[in-house]
Design a protein around this ligand. Structure first.
Ligand SMILES: Cc1cc2nc3c(=O)[nH]c(=O)nc-3n(C[C@H](O)[C@H](O)[C@H](O)COP(=O)(O)OP(=O)(O)OC[C@H]3O[C@@H](n4cnc5c(N)ncnc54)[C@H](O)[C@@H]3O)c2cc1C
Length: 473
């Protein structure tokens, strides 16, 4: 009997794909979740006339991971719940950064890249010239995003585009995050061809065929209608809830309040013992771990200390998510997705999302302030109170957006160790972890945000990949 550990989005997806793959063979399957609910970081608070999201709020439809999520959404009957934001929507076009005490719209098309727009001192297109003129740094295994982008495209792009972008994606520091996190192919071009533009030109004559057969009808619709991002009516938590419902309909047991305490392998590593209480354990042929790496590391401390050490070395950061709702409409002077703050501005916020611009069918003005991440302890110490975090968020909103009103509703979410950081060397670490599992023939698969991508699409695809690459007979 395979066991799925963790009932976040990756765990629910793994259980879903397993139940689908083995639907004819009556394979028994079980999911163990430590808390009192499934869904993990996906948490939506739908009030009467507005929505507060504590975790993820939008999903990208593009690429194979994007299409895979849309296929899942279609499979479980959620197509009608999708709320797309097309690429000509104001929230798709207008993304801003806050620098030098001002909000600046980032260029969103080629024309915008050809003119000088503050805070940049030259047109963004000049970054390509910088790449052509700059010497490559060869024979590197990895590098930080910041180093790579400054070397190839100039320091301004690293400071004002890449650094705030990483605050938005993983609440991380571009000076520490690996270039392979997002720009692996561009890094390869530098290493192979001496520069990105040179690599692009060579590859233009050498186009590889992409697998285009993965688009279901919802994914095809997203492509045809040029969706930029999307959410779901009622919030993203509708997705894990619908997967849970589908698992229930297939009689897959999901045990909440079953926190795993220890994992050990026996019978020549063919079986797994999963202890949930001192006198209570489950025995399994294969474990799909959908737990954060550091938690899995703690559970393997006794049986596999080397593996445990590697898993625990993947760092995670805390993020505070402050949802604010004002009954007054039109408090935001510029319609946009929101803005990000470059770390060099030394402000205690990562960025602000304009929820009611993205999804306007809400009462008044709804925004979300993201704070902390890599800089959480530096700004807020070990255990900040909710009122302290609310005050910081309100002060920044007053200073930057000039909103003097107090919010009519708010919610403060302090999320501990919620986003893994793919720091320089991460990809080699994950390779070592997988090699260890393979060399010892451990019946263990790894899914979730700790290894191959931190977003919703990545963790769902990680579950599919793990299920497809194991054969349980
Ligand atoms: C603030 C925030 C904003 C985000 N925004 C976006 C976004 O807009 N778009 C996007 O694509 N992605 C976003 N993400 C990322 C996305 O939320 C994650 O990729 C995804 O939710 C991770 O799912 P998971 O199943 O891997 O992990 P988790 O959600 O961490 O699930 C792990 C589960 O394991 C359980 N567990 C832990 N320990 C044990 C134990 N010992 N025994 C049993 N169970 C245990 C936990 O209770 C939890 O339910 C965001 C993340 C955060 C935190």
């Amino acid at each position: 009997m395979p066991i799925v550990a963790g009932g976040g989005l990756s765990g629910l997806s793994a259980a879903y794909y397993l139940s689908k793959k083995y639907s004819k063979s009556c394979l028994k399957l079980l999911l163990l979740e430590g808390s009192d609910r499934c869904g993990g970081w996906v948490k939506s608070d739908q009030r009467a006339d507005f929505l507060f999201e504590a975790g993820p709020r939008t999903i990208r439809p593009k690429g194979i991971p994007g299409a895979n999520t849309l296929n899942l959404i279609e499979d479980i009957g959620l197509s009608d719940a999708v709320l797309p934001i097309p690429s000509d929507h104001v929230a798709a076009r207008n993304r801003m950064i806050y620098a030098n005490n001002k909000l600046h719209l980032l260029p969103s098309n080629l024309m915008g890249a050809l003119v000088t727009k503050p805070p940049f001192s030259k047109p963004l297109a000049m970054a390509l010239l910088h790449d052509l003129k700059s010497k490559p740094k060869l024979n590197l295994d990895d590098d930080s995003m910041y180093n790579f982008v400054s070397r190839r495209f100039g320091k301004e792009l690293a400071d004002y585009a890449i650094s705030p972008m990483l605050c938005g994606i993983c609440a991380g520091d571009a000076k520490q995050i690996s270039v392979k996190f997002l720009l692996s192919h561009l890094f390869d071009m530098e290493q192979k061809h001496g520069g990105v533009v040179k690599g692009l030109l060579k590859n233009a004559f050498n186009k590889s065929k992409r697998n285009a057969n993965v688009l279901g009808s919802l994914a095809q619709k997203a492509k045809d209608e040029k969706w930029n991002i999307y959410s779901l009516k009622g919030g993203l938590e509708v997705l894990p809830k619908a997967i849970e419902k589908s698992l229930e309909a297939n009689n897959i047991p999901m045990y909440t309040n079953h926190k795993i305490q220890e994992i050990a392998f026996y019978k020549n590593n063919q079986k797994v013992n999963i202890k949930v209480k001192d006198d209570y354990a489950f025995c399994s042929d294969h474990l799909y771990s959908c737990l954060p790496a550091y938690k899995l590391g703690e559970l393997l401390d006794k049986s596999h200390p080397q593996l445990s050490g590697e898993l625990k070395n993947i760092p995670f950061v805390n993020v505070a998510v402050i949802n604010l709702q004002y009954d007054a409409e039109n408090l935001l002077k510029q319609s946009a997705f929101g803005f990000l703050v470059p770390p060099m501005e030394k402000l205690p916020i990562l960025g602000v999302i304009y929820d009611s611009c993205c999804f306007p069918n809400q009462k008044g003005t709804v925004i979300t302030v993201m704070m902390g991440g890599k800089w959480f302890e530096e700004y807020f110490g070990d255990k900040p109170s909710e009122s302290q975090m609310l005050e910081v968020a309100e002060t920044q909103i007053r200073n930057i957006l000039h909103i003097e009103d107090r919010p009519d509703n708010y919610k403060v979410n302090i999320l501990e160790k919620c986003i893994p950081q793919y720091v320089v060397g991460h990809h080699d670490r994950v390779k070592r972890i997988r090699k260890y599992i393979q060399d010892k023939s451990l019946p263990l698969s790894l899914c979730g945000s700790s290894y191959d991508g931190v977003g919703v699409n990545d963790v769902i695809l990680s579950a599919l990949t793990a299920v497809e690459s194991t054969n349980l007979t």
